[in-house]
Design a protein around this ligand. Structure first.
Ligand code: PNS
Length: 165
């Protein structure tokens, strides 16, 4: 039997969106296992706590054996090595994502040449979605219910009672 190929999908996931899910599903077509790794970054103010973010992701992938949900701190390449991952997955929506992603990928390659960065395109439906724009719309009562999984929608409604569904 061949060696299991693991990929890491890192991010803030504040919160998980259907755009992220689209990328994870595409990654599962290529890799045997995807580790969704939520960055623990005390200096970045998040809407949801680490525990809430991890719980929402776990709920959304309930029963999916090829998906592992975890959190990490420090360097991504160190975490990838610890997980014996062969790739880091990042989603690309538009050209505007490119510069930052290119810089991160080259830095990661400098830090560890053995982990490849793999960029996947989201489906057209999710081209304009991001966690930040979804939070902003939800905060002011916008209906974003078809842009996030059910577990996230319910948590957003708790934070933003004005949110329509
Ligand atoms: O969802 P995000 O906020 O775009 O994810 C950014 C993330 C978590 C991928 C990036 O900040 C990261 O990898 N942080 C870990 C620290 C690190 O390894 N930095 C050096 C490479 S840029």
């Amino acid at each position: 039997m061949g060696k299991k190929k693991t990929a890491i999908y890192p991010g803030s996931f504040d919160p998980l969106t259907n755009g992220h899910i689209d990328i994870i599903e595409r990654a599962l077509d290529i890799f045997d296992e995807v580790v969704i790794a939520v960055l623990h970054n005390p200096s970045k103010k998040a809407l949801f706590t680490m525990e809430e973010r991890v719980a929402m992701i776990r709920e959304s992938f309930n029963g999916e054996r090829s998906v592992i949900v975890d959190s990490f701190g420090g360097l991504l390449v160190d975490y990838a090595k610890m997980r014996k991952a062969v790739a880091i997955i990042r989603g690309m929506r538009a050209v505007s994502d490119f510069e930052n992603e290119f810089q991160m990928a080259l830095m990661n390659r400098k830090l560890n040449k053995e982990v490849q960065s793999v960029f996947l395109m989201t489906g057209f439906r999710w081209i304009f979605t991001s966690s930040s724009i979804i939070k902003e719309a939800a905060q002011f009562g916008g209906d974003i219910s078809d842009m996030v999984p059910e577990a996230v929608k319910l948590k957003l409604m708790e934070k933003y009672p004005k949110m329509r569904s």
